[in-house]
Write a protein that binds this ligand. Structure first.
Ligand SMILES: [Mn+2]
Length: 293
């Protein structure tokens, strides 16, 4: 029995299927973790979700997903609060007679998954550097309750898109919408932040060297991530394709290698730390678009 974490699928069903085959994945024995952005932009969102939901129905304790920004974008569109862009390639899901199944699946998907036995934490963009794992779990749980409740969910999805607040304070917790939005932005959109741990949203296209000139560094260079470096816990995240799965931090592992941009899909074997990849077959029309995954 082995455990694997897969990077961002973005509806790249063919590569997902090839990589499962390449690692000889056995759903009745092995465990599968996914870093989110299961859909969005890529060619086969229905087949991708159908496969994951099927596996999860058959082996609920062995398939673990977390939400990414594209997954939440789909929920906001399905709820009527956001307009689908052609490039999101979500029309098939939205028109499907299985739409409700897809939505119910996502409503019960968390932002953070922690496996206490394996000492493994998985989230889409990472864990906000001011939070230790216990705090991180608390904030993720609070958002899971929001998503599970139809009234709170509607309120959140109607107000999801904004770049503020940029920083967590204890006081933020008394302001529902701002607090929820911060939790979601930290878990699904975070890349760079300043030394006060303010999240930055304005440098998504620039290199790490250019960001340094503006005193911005990757979130994993700060604060509480020391705990992953010094403990047995390993934190695995996706989202940041430009890192090309390299973050050079002990016990923090980046996995997004831009499959939807024509590069490759990567998975990590948790047991031995080995990465396996398959080349992307996604056509150039996707890879030439602006990277905002
Ligand atoms: Mn993403």
């Amino acid at each position: 029995m082995s455990a694997y974490v897969f990077g961002d699928l973005h509806g790249c069903y063919d590569e997902f299927s090839k990589l499962l085959h390449k690692i000889d994945f056995n759903a009745s024995k092995d465990e599968l973790y996914l870093t989110g952005d299961l859909i969005g932009r890529g060619p086969h969102p229905e087949k991708t979700l159908d496969t994951i939901i099927n596996l999860k129905q058959k082996f609920p304790d062995k398939i673990h997903c977390v939400l990414g920004n594209h997954d939440l974008n789909f929920l906001a569109i399905a709820a009527g609060f956001h307009t689908a862009r052609k490039k999101d390639n979500l029309e098939g899901l939205l028109a499907s007679d299985k739409l409700d199944l897809y939505l119910q699946f996502y409503y019960s998907t968390p932002l953070l998954y922690i496996d206490q036995n394996r000492k493994l934490a998985v989230s889409h963009a990472g864990v906000y550097p001011m939070w230790d794992l216990e705090e991180a779990q608390k904030h993720s749980n609070i958002f899971s309750n929001v998503l599970a409740d139809p009234v709170s969910r509607k309120l959140f999805l109607a107000n999801m898109y904004a770049d503020h607040p940029v920083c967590y304070t204890k006081e933020l917790e008394s302001s529902d919408l701002n607090y929820w939005r911060f939790i979601v932005n930290a878990y699904t959109r975070m890349r760079l932040c300043d030394k006060k741990m303010n999240l930055d949203y304005g440098h998504s296209d620039c290199s790490l060297k250019e960001a340094e000139k503006d005193h911005l560094y990757p979130w994993f260079k700060y604060g509480k991530p020391y705990m992953y470096r010094n403990t047995a816990y390993t934190l695995v995240f996706g989202h940041w394709a430009a890192l090309n799965a390299e973050c050079n931090e002990k016990n923090i592992i980046a996995l997004d290698t831009g499959c939807v941009w024509g590069n490759k899909l990567t998975c990590l074997c948790v047991d031995n730390g080995k990465k396996t990849t398959v080349k992307s077959g996604v056509k150039i029309e996707f890879s030439s678009m602006k990277k905002t995954s």
